[in-house]
Design a protein. Structure first.
Length: 133
């Protein structure tokens, strides 16, 4: 049976927990980037979004250049283990209305799973319909 590790995008873009909130802001200035994954020596420690920056930096009056991401990163809402089977992963994404989720293995970030990519992968795994003769 296929697992999440077979359909995920490996090596997602991340920032280390010691990087500054300013660096996250620069990444998030790209409209295509909705969130920045924050790691500490490969372990997923959290996520930073535009909302995080507004609430924990701007509204709090903190200096983005000197605030490390590890201090403001929020735990991810959902993660999947790399060994999860694809059917179970698909239902988890559907049930939670998620488009992308971090994939972890023993707490280490190993990739990102996209619902669109997962749907395509599951369609490829489906046998073609039987034609009646």
């Amino acid at each position: 049976m296929s697992q999440v590790r077979d359909a995920m995008v490996p090596e997602p873009g991340t920032l280390e927990a010691t990087a500054s909130a300013q660096e996250a802001g620069e990444r998030l200035s790209d409209p295509a980037v909705r969130a920045v994954l924050v790691t500490d020596d490969g372990k997923l420690v959290g996520v930073v979004t535009r909302k995080t920056l507004v609430e924990k930096i701007v509204a709090a009056g903190r200096d983005p250049a000197s605030t490390p991401l590890g201090e403001i990163a929020e735990p991810p809402l959902f993660t999947l283990e790399a060994a999860t089977d694809l059917d179970r992963a698909f239902h988890a994404l559907e049930d939670n209305d998620l488009e992308r989720v971090p994939v972890v293995e023993d707490g280490r970030l190993v990739g990102i799973l996209s619902r669109t990519v997962l749907q395509r992968r599951l369609a490829e795994d489906e046998p073609p319909p039987q034609q009646q003769v």
